[in-house]
Design a binder for this molecule. Structure first.
Ligand SMILES: C[S@@+](CC[C@H](N)C(=O)[O-])C[C@H]1O[C@@H](n2cnc3c(N)ncnc32)[C@H](O)[C@@H]1O
Length: 280
C-alpha cells in the first residue's frame, strides 16, 4: 500500500536496487524486494547526517567518498534483535557439552553474530554455572559486523527489563545495579566481562582472526539474512575451526541441510561435524 505522505527524500527503485547490491556485497545481507520502507527509514537519517538531498546523491557520496560512511551505512542496515538466553533450549546443551570436556585444558567458544552482547553473556553465565570454578579458563570470542552494537556489548550495561526474566539468583550473581546517570540499568560483572573478547568480524571475509580448535560456535539468527551460497561459504569456514566433537548452534528458523557433507543435525537446531568434515 502506498503511503500518501510525500517523502522527505527522493528514493527511486533504482536507488533501492543499488542499496541491495551494495549491502549484499559488503555484508552478505540479501534484502527482500519488500524492504523498501525499512531501507528508506533506516537510511533517511544518514542522508540528514551527511547533508545529502536525495538517495542517489547519498549513494554517490558513499561510493566515491573517503570510505568513512560505509560503517554507518552497514550499521544502519543490520537487524540486531537479541535477548538474554534467547532460544533457551540451547544453553543446557552447551552446559552439558562443556562438562564433558577435558578439565585440564581451556574452553574456547565463538559467538559469531553477537549483536549487543546478550548472547555472549548468556554463554559466559552458562559456562560459569556449568563448570563451577572460576579458575577454569573459558574464553569467549564474540563478534559482529556492526560496530555500534559492539560498543553496547563491550559496555555490558543493559536496561533492567532486559534481565527481568532471568532468575533473581542469576541476576544477583552476575549483574550489578547501576546508580546515578545509569540508574535503571544493570551492569554485567567484571567476572563475566573478563571472559569475553568482543571484536568486529565480518562473516563474509575470506579469513577470520579466529584460531582452531573451538569447542562451539553460536551462529544464530544471522544466516537467515544470507542466501544459500553465502551460508555455505560461511559453513565451509566454520567446519575446520571446530574440534571433532564441537557444536554449531543455529537460529530457530535456520537449517543447514544444504551443507550435509559438513554438518549433521545433533538436536533442535544444533549441529555437529558430519563424517567427512570430522575425518579431515
Ligand atoms: C538478529 S541479530 C542476532 C543476534 C544473536 N545472534 C541472537 O540470535 O540473538 C543478527 C546480527 O548479525 C549481524 N550481522 C549481519 N551480517 C553480518 C556479517 N556479514 N558478519 C557478521 N555479523 C553480521 C548483525 O549486525 C546483527 O547484530
Amino acid at each position: 500500500m502506498n503511503d500518501a505522505r510525500p517523502r522527505e527524500f527522493e528514493f527511486t527503485d533504482q536507488d533501492f536496487q543499488r542499496i541491495r547490491k551494495l549491502i549484499y556485497e559488503r555484508a552478505g545481507i540479501s534484502l527482500g524486494e519488500n524492504k523498501q520502507e525499512l531501507v528508506y527509514s533506516r537510511l533517511a537519517r544518514r542522508l540528514r547526517a551527511t547533508g545529502n538531498r536525495n538517495f542517489s546523491a547519498y549513494l554517490d557520496y558513499l561510493q566515491r567518498g573517503d570510505g568513512s560512511e560505509w560503517e554507518a551505512f552497514t550499521n544502519s542496515l543490520t537487524t540486531n534483535l537479541t535477548s538474554f538466553f534467547r532460544e533457551p533450549h540451547h544453553f543446557p546443551l552447551l552446559a552439558e557439552h562443556l562438562r564433558k570436556q577435558d578439565a585440564s585444558r581451556p574452553i574456547v567458544l565463538w559467538c559469531s553474530a553477537c549483536s549487543t552482547g546478550e548472547e555472549a553473556y548468556s554463554m559466559a553465565i552458562t559456562a560459569v554455572e556449568a563448570l563451577g570454578a572460576q579458575d577454569r579458563a573459558v574464553h569467549i570470542i564474540a563478534s559482529d559486523l556492526d560496530t555500534r552494537v559492539l560498543q553496547t556489548a563491550r559496555e555490558g550495561r543493559y536496561r533492567a527489563d532486559a534481565v527481568a526474566k532471568l532468575p533473581a539468583s542469576q541476576v544477583e550473581r552476575f549483574f550489578l545495579r547501576c546508580t546515578g546517570e545509569h540508574a535503571g540499568y544493570m551492569q554485567a560483572k567484571p567476572e563475566l566481562q573478563r571472559m569475553i573478547d568482543f571484536r568486529c568480524i565480518n562473516l563474509l571475509d575470506s579469513a577470520w582472526p579466529i584460531h582452531a580448535p573451538l569447542d562451539a560456535i553460536f551462529c544464530r539468527n544471522v544466516m537467515i539474512y544470507f542466501d544459500k551460497e553465502t551460508q555455505l561459504s560461511v559453513l565451509r569456514k566454520f567446519a575446520p575451526l571446530l574440534r571433532e566433537d564441537g557444536l554449531l548452534f543455529a537460529g530457530h528458523s535456520e537449517n543447514f541441510y544444504h551443507a550435509g557433507a559438513l554438518f549433521k543435525l545433533r538436536g533442535h537446531t544444533v549441529y555437529e561435524l558430519a563424517g567427512q568434515a570430522r575425518g579431515r
